[in-house]
Design a protein around this ligand. Sequence first.
Ligand code: HEM
Length: 176
Amino acid sequence: MNGKRVKAWLIGAGALAPALALAHAGGAHESFSLVEYLGRFHPVVIHFPIALMIAAAFAELLNLILRREPFSAAARFLVVLAALAAPVAVSLGWAAESTLQFSAEYQGVIETHEGLALTATGLAIIAAVLSELGRRRNDPRLIQGYRVALLAAAVAVTATGFFGGELVYGIGHYRP
Ligand code: HEM
């Protein structure tokens, strides 16, 4: 085979590869499920509510200890972001759950994970509302309620992540 023929074969093969890939993607497209696809983003989003709730609680703790306004302002901002991020994580979690199959031994883990996630989300929303109301009305009882709800949300979301890890990496994953 001369040089020109080899080139022609290579160009032909190069054009065929994307065509085959597109045909394959077309086949996959037929069974495309938006819910299943969205569920794949659950592990991408979950870091936000986890980090935001813990960071908000830490900032409020620093405010309590050091009595510095910037920590209070940071906690106020972070708790609102956490209250917005958590429902997104929950929705994508439901999408993931509805399309994945879990064996019987994982049923307890997924139910605990879901229950803790809903608890953490509810608490974060309550904390954000109490934080805003407490500041606007200058009511110390509402501010105290916000602090309790925020601390509980941070604990609940940490436990949520713990059970999420067991779902993905296996029961007993954290055993030393
Ligand atoms: C605040 C809300 C939530 C947080 C912070 C959270 C956190 C997590 C974490 C850390 C993982 C492990 C991811 C990995 O290591 O790859 C995970 C996995 C999982 N979570 Fe959640 N989760 C939340 C809500 C939910 C809800 C409401 C459900 C519904 C039952 C759910 C279902 C799942 C499923 C099915 C997995 C394993 C498959 C996957 O990673 O997509 N999650 N979650």
